[in-house]
Design a protein around this ligand. Sequence first.
Ligand SMILES: [Zn+2]
Length: 47
Amino acid sequence: MAIDPVCKMEVDEETAKHVTEYKGRNYYFCAPGCKKAFEEKPEKYLE
Ligand SMILES: [Zn+2]
């Protein structure tokens, strides 16, 4: 399972509908709103 970096929910990579690539890595999201928030400010959600 991947962790949604925005809300910290677990997301199954195999069925995830909301995926984005950032700096060569894939990030998975539970919902379009989380994906959008990440894409606007990815550095805010990455440690
Ligand atoms: Zn989420």
